[in-house]
Structure formats: structure tokens, C-alpha cells
Design a protein around this ligand. Sequence first.
Ligand SMILES: C[S@@+](CC[C@H](N)C(=O)[O-])C[C@H]1O[C@@H](n2cnc3c(N)ncnc32)[C@H](O)[C@@H]1O
Length: 211
Amino acid sequence: MNTKDKFLGRSMEKTYSFYSPFYDLIFGKTLQPGRELAFSYLDKRPYQRILDIGVGTGLTFNLYPDQSYIVGIDISAKMIQQAKKRAAILSNGHQISLYVMDACNLEFEDEFFDAVISPYVITTAKDPLKLCQEMYRVCKKGGQIIIVNHSKSPRGLCSKFEDWLSPLFARVGFVTNLDVMGLLASTEIHVEKVITCNTFNLHKVFVGVRK
Ligand SMILES: C[S@@+](CC[C@H](N)C(=O)[O-])C[C@H]1O[C@@H](n2cnc3c(N)ncnc32)[C@H](O)[C@@H]1O
């Protein structure tokens, strides 16, 4: 892991712990259309065991199919504290377990989950490739792997701008120059659909599957 990655790992934990009391105010409604779109592609079967990577304050909890067994993990203990408060007042028959854990080193067995979902996390992770490999590893064969995030523009001025802005945005919680599409193509995750979402189509939902 290089110095930049170490910085990202440590600082993201601190950054999101700092955000935790007012995270919903800043990133709640603004990013909700992307969450809703991502979850609309999730298989609606009840009783699925689903892993929510970088669960944050649990803004996704009311988007799960009824009677889901949800496991949420996050590197920030303070975000998990907020998620626990939300889980305590939720219905829909969900069972929710929440853990402080690094998404790049998941403490679950291979092929443990029916589906793995991760909204707005990959550009905050210290090692995005390892994150994808871990998502793949813990997902059952045939299971869905769904990501929603900004992905670097393929070329042109926007792409240069994203490179330029990235070190600044890393300090507020995410990088802007990660080519998520390219990264996923280098993994075993089979991407079936890519759909743009949110204001100015700034983000994309990547619907993948473990073959
Ligand atoms: C932008 S927030 C997204 C939270 C939530 N998924 C949502 O939709 O609002 C990014 C989250 O990823 C978490 N995170 C960052 N790096 C992580 C890692 N390596 N392992 C687990 N969680 C991580 C942060 O603590 C933060 O809660």
C-alpha cells in the first residue's frame, strides 16, 4: 500500500466519523435517487442475505425487499452507531446486523451472501480493486453485485478536471478520478447494466453479477 492509500484509509475513517451526526443532511436527499435506482435492480425475493458495504448511517434500510437479512459494515464506528439508531426504529421484518469492518478485508466466508450492494463507497476506499475482489468473493455464484458511484469521465476536459480536483476532494471524503467502469472490467464481476443517475447524471449504477 503506498502513502496515498494509507492516507486515504486513515483519513476516510476520520472524515466519515466527523460527518456522522450531520451526514444525512448533506448526503441524504441529494444522493437518494441513485440509492433508489440501484435498489430497483435488486432481486425482490424475500429472505435474501444481503451485504451493504459502507452502510453509513443506514439510509438504504427502507429500500430492501421485505424480510431481508441485512448485514451492514462500515470502517467508521460512528457511522455504525448512527445506523444502529436507524435500525432500531425500522420495520419491514428485516433482520439487521451491523459491524465495524474494512471493506477491503471482509471477515466473511466465500459465497456467503445472495447479493452485495455498495452505494457511494468505492471512491472512498483505500484500495478499490481489493474492495471489488472482496465483493466478488463473498457473493454467491449467480448473485448480484451492485455499485452506485461517480466514475471518471473517459476522456476530454472533464477527465482532466477530475484528475485535478481529486486530491482536494480526497480531503472531504472521496476521489473524483476513479474509473469505476475500467476497474470493474479488470475484475471477475460481470457488469450487465450501467445506468446514469442523480443531478447532471453525475453518478452511475453498475449492476453486476458473479457468474
Ligand atoms: C459516502 S459514504 C456512503 C454511505 C452510504 N452507503 C450511503 O449511501 O449514504 C461512504 C461510506 O463508506 C465508508 N467507508 C470508507 N472506506 C471504507 C472501507 N474501507 N471499509 C468500509 N467502509 C468504508 C465510510 O465510512 C462512509 O460511511
